[in-house]
Write a protein that binds this ligand. Structure first.
Ligand code: NAI
Length: 242
């Protein structure tokens, strides 16, 4: 059996990095991206196994085109795509600048759209189809004051997930979203003690999540046991939202 190829965007740290590590363990060859040459080469040094990093701003159509051309050149195909790259630029609605909105929507949602489009073109040619996993957020389900841009982008990802799942189900391309709750990464490291305590009080499992908690669910969704699941949102949040 040929080695399966997975692409994880934003795989240089946090949740994405844990997904890359898990997929390597699962036997994939993993292509991962990051924003900068430097972050990609730093992460590359940390991975032992079948992975190669390519710098790519997922919000930029030309960069995504180049990325997929490289994947075709190196591997000829793609079996799994994880749209994980994401950013926050929080602010209350009345003070939010249009740039702040665009930056977040472009990275989190436009980036995922561009990668989905390029990925399905390749996956349609695969005998076994493919898997797409979009990393949304519980904030896309319930909203959050100060995160209108992020919440809209993450809710948009759920709509994208369901639409692509419907469009490509007949080609055996399975598309699902994962909605993490509070996961300990650089993205959440800046939250103050009071906010952390308040959040923790609302989590039935009484702990914050680890990147590996999300990576395990992605492994399942990319694997053989998830062959009859598409268009779903799997919440990984210790019971925070139910
Ligand atoms: P992080 O900030 O630690 O890592 C983000 C990754 O995305 C980095 O590798 C970065 O290089 C990459 N990235 C950012 N902008 C990019 C761009 N334009 N093009 C390519 N790559 C880009 O974030 P974290 O916490 O690991 O989050 C990963 C995903 O999980 C994000 O989509 C985030 O919204 C989502 N998420 C995180 C939660 C958390 O509690 N940490 C909760 C819910 C969702």
């Amino acid at each position: 059996m040929p080695v399966k190829i997975a692409l994880v965007t934003g795989g240089t740290r946090g949740i994405g990095k844990a997904i890359v590590s898990r997929f390597i363990k699962d036997g994939f060859h993993v292509v991962f991206t990051g924003r900068t040459e430097e972050s990609v080469s730093r992460a590359q040094d940390d991975f032992t196994g079948n992975a190669n990093g390519i710098p790519c701003n997922v919000a930029d159509p030309a960069a995504v085109k180049t990325l997929f051309e490289q994947i075709v050149k190196d591997h000829g195909t793609l079996d799994v795509l994880v749209n994980n790259a994401g950013i926050t630029r929080d602010g209350l609605l009345l003070r939010m600048k249009a740039d702040q909105w665009d930056e977040v929507v472009n990275t989190n949602l436009r980036g995922a759209f561009l990668c989905c489009q390029a990925a399905v073109r390749l996956m349609m040619k695969n005998e076994g189809g493919g898997r797409i996993i979009n990393i949304s957020s519980v904030i896309g389900l319930i909203g959050n004051g100060g995160q209108a841009n992020y919440s809209a982008a993450k809710a948009g990802l759920i709509g994208l997930t369901k639409s692509v799942a419907k469009e490509f189900g007949s080609r055996n391309i399975l598309v699902n979203a994962v909605a993490p709750g509070f996961i300990e990464t650089d993205m959440t490291a800046g939250l103050g003690e009071d906010m952390r305590k308040q959040l923790l009080d609302g989590i039935p499992l009484s702990r914050f999540g680890k990147p590996e908690d999300v990576a395990g669910v992605c492994s399942f969704l990319a694997g053989p046991d998830a062959g009859y699941i598409t268009g779903q949102v799997l919440t990984v949040d210790g019971g925070m939202v139910m």
